[in-house]
Ligand binder design. Structure first.
Ligand code: PAJ
Length: 282
């Protein structure tokens, strides 16, 4: 497993991993991450390992997707442990650039997917998706993967990036993998590190609210406002939890829908000061 900190080194390593110059090429998969790896990230690495001949994982805490009052400086960084986990998964390359390597002082180009970037998390975190689309575009150019793997956990990110891939004709397959949860239902997240034991229990209410929505749909409820109300009642039972949004939307456009079939039900809430998200597809 090669650990590369520079773009030039990663580019030449990836050319080799793709088998360039050979009669028969090899498929290269990319898993972009910000590190602090858990089973959710590892599930993406395994999906890439199963679907591709070679796998690259990027570890980069991307400053441009954090707002001025967000957790960039205290975001968990566990690089040594991440490398050990990825080695075990048979990953070929870790690309772990510095901030200066990815964003030299002279760089001034950003990628913006208009419309969808301003909904759900984009509405709560202005400029967040501009940072995500810019860094993921750069990773796609540097690594040039045939397939790129993302988690359904970040449903709005999936919508924004899928649109970017279509709009800008990135020559790759965009693969979305299911949400990995703890046994009690909590969606795995690097930000779960921030939770106290009490908050960890309170955080379960996000999953409970989504389960309530699933039950309501199973018993015939088809009105999105009724589903939002039902989820809101469950979330309100946990006083330590402040709702950011509850939305029933089209999974591609993130616009509100009245017909809930195939809709994305997404919630975001602050547990103490930690902002958590979760979702289900109906
Ligand atoms: P990060 O939060 O590290 O997540 C990296 C990838 O892991 C994302 O595609 C995310 O959806 C996926 N993931 C996280 N938790 C998951 C879970 N419980 N189950 C399944 N997949 C999960 O998302 C980012 O980083 C960044 O925005 C990035 C795309 C790397 C750009 O900086």
């Amino acid at each position: 497993m090669l650990i590369s900190k520079t773009i030039a080194e990663a580019q030449s390593a990836c050319a080799q991993l793709r088998g360039e110059g050979r009669v028969v090429g090899r498929t290269l998969g990319l898993v972009p991450t910000m590190g602090a790896l858990h089973e959710g990230h590892l599930s993406l690495a395994r999906a890439a390992r199963a679907a591709c001949d070679a796998v690259a994982v990027s570890i980069f805490v991307n400053p441009t997707q954090f707002g001025p009052n967000e957790d960039f400086s205290k975001y968990p960084r566990t690089f040594e442990n991440d490398c050990a986990l990825l080695e075990r998964e048979g990953v070929d390359l870790i690309f772990a650039p510095t901030v200066e390597e990815m964003y030299p002082a002279w760089a001034s180009t950003f990628v913006i997917v208009e419309g969808v970037s301003d909904r759900l998390d984009g509405a709560s975190r202005p400029g967040h998706f501009r940072g995500v689309t810019t860094v993921v575009s750069k990773l796609f150019h540097i690594i040039a993967p045939h397939k790129a793997f993302f988690g359904q956990k970040d449903a709005a990110q999936v919508a924004v990036l899928r649109k970017m891939v279509r709009d800008l004709n990135f020559p790759l397959q965009f693969v979305v993998c299911p949400i990995v949860r703890e046994a009690d239902g909590l969606a795995l997240s690097s930000r779960n590190h921030y939770l106290s034991e009490k908050e960890r229990q309170q955080a379960l209410v996000l999953h409970r609210a989504l389960q309530k929505v699933e039950e309501a749909v199973a018993s015939g409820e088809g009105s999105s406002s009724k589903l939002i109300e039902a989820a809101g009642l469950v979330l309100a039972q946990e006083p330590g939890v402040r709702v950011d949004y509850i939305a029933v939307v089209d999974p591609d456009t993130l616009e509100d829908v009245s017909d809930v079939r195939g809709a994305l039900v997404a919630v975001a809430a602050f547990v103490g000061t930690t902002r958590l998200i979760d979702n289900i597809l109906l």
